[in-house]
Design a binder for this molecule. Sequence first.
Ligand SMILES: Nc1ncnc2c1ncn2[C@@H]1O[C@H](COP(=O)(O)OP(=O)(O)O)[C@@H](O)[C@H]1O
Ligand SMILES: [Mg+2]
Length: 369
Amino acid sequence: MYHPHDESAAASPRERGAVSPDAGADERQIEGALRPRALDEFVGQQRVREQLSLVLHSAQRRNRAPDHILMSGGPGLGKTTLAMIIAAELGAPLRITSGPAIERSGDLAAVLSTLQEGEVLFLDEIHRMARPAEEMLYVAMEDFRVDVVVGKGPGATAIPLDIAPFTLVGATTRAGMLPAPLRDRFGFTAHMDFYTPEELELILHRSAGLLGAPLEEDAAREIAGRSRGTPRIANRLLRRVRDYAEVRGDGRLSLDTARAALELYEVDQLGLDRLDRAILDVLLHRFRGGPVGLSTLAVSVGEEAETVEVVAEPFLVRSGFLARTPRGRVATPQAWAHLGLTPPPDAAFGAAAANGASPAGQPGGVATP
Ligand SMILES: Nc1ncnc2c1ncn2[C@@H]1O[C@H](COP(=O)(O)OP(=O)(O)O)[C@@H](O)[C@H]1O
Ligand SMILES: [Mg+2]
């Protein structure tokens, strides 16, 4: 089973296909080398960069720790990279932990009480933190205080402990899962979007330079187009193409080499991988294009609902293959076409509903029985 957020427990990208947005264990090391270190080096996300730059610089002018920062966006879009950049731009030490690592409030108290003044605390997958720890985090974020509970039962007392002013940088793939009181305590939320093919090309050229790989223009364009708008995937495909060029070719990363390598790794023209194709396949063949509920769809492809929702769906929706309607997931005409199929005359089309051609819940062209 594959968990989208727990990188240590995630199946290797090879098992999941080359375009899984999650990093495998050995991949994280390589990623470290490719990470931009300064805001200026960070490609794309123009708005987020500008906003962030303002937040950081104004805090520095006032000589205070900046507001807490929340980053939301799918896996591989640069949240961890940005957290590291925030600390670097502030010249502050960085402490890294994650929601799943905080099982008890005591785990969090141990981290909070040892923070230095101005330190940046990066809390990855913050939506997966244990509930009791959340309450403690509220107080820490607002008042820079933790209440340490001593003893048990009726005799237990809470001893307030001051902690150093710090900046929390939270990252989540599911902002909607954060309780409102937690969300409200962030002064700034950065929404990370998918990258354009042009931005991915820039990232690819930058990475190729760092890897010393001679990447040609049209090869970069080809790889960018198949990277699902995700830098992590772009960097991974680049390495696959480089491997292929070294072993089977003359070392040059040309368009032909790129195509042959991507073919070998089953990444199609649009970057759809096996999970994406399985979802479309099930949706079209078993459910006649939908609508079908998320959990039913997930069970049918043997994945967890969260994986389907966080990893596959956003890209399928953005590519115009799938629409979320109040009645469930619906395949678009484009999805039928991509799989070379003709939709049945009574097929529901999410595209019409999604682009507003008909009221939500009443997909166009469907006579609701
Ligand atoms: N804007 C960007 N510019 C250049 N490289 C990026 C950018 N965003 C992400 N990357 C690269 O993609 C990889 C994954 O980014 P990461 O920050 O780990 O994603 P996330 O934490 O959102 O899953 C990193 O190796 C990083 O080098
Ligand atoms: Mg990360």
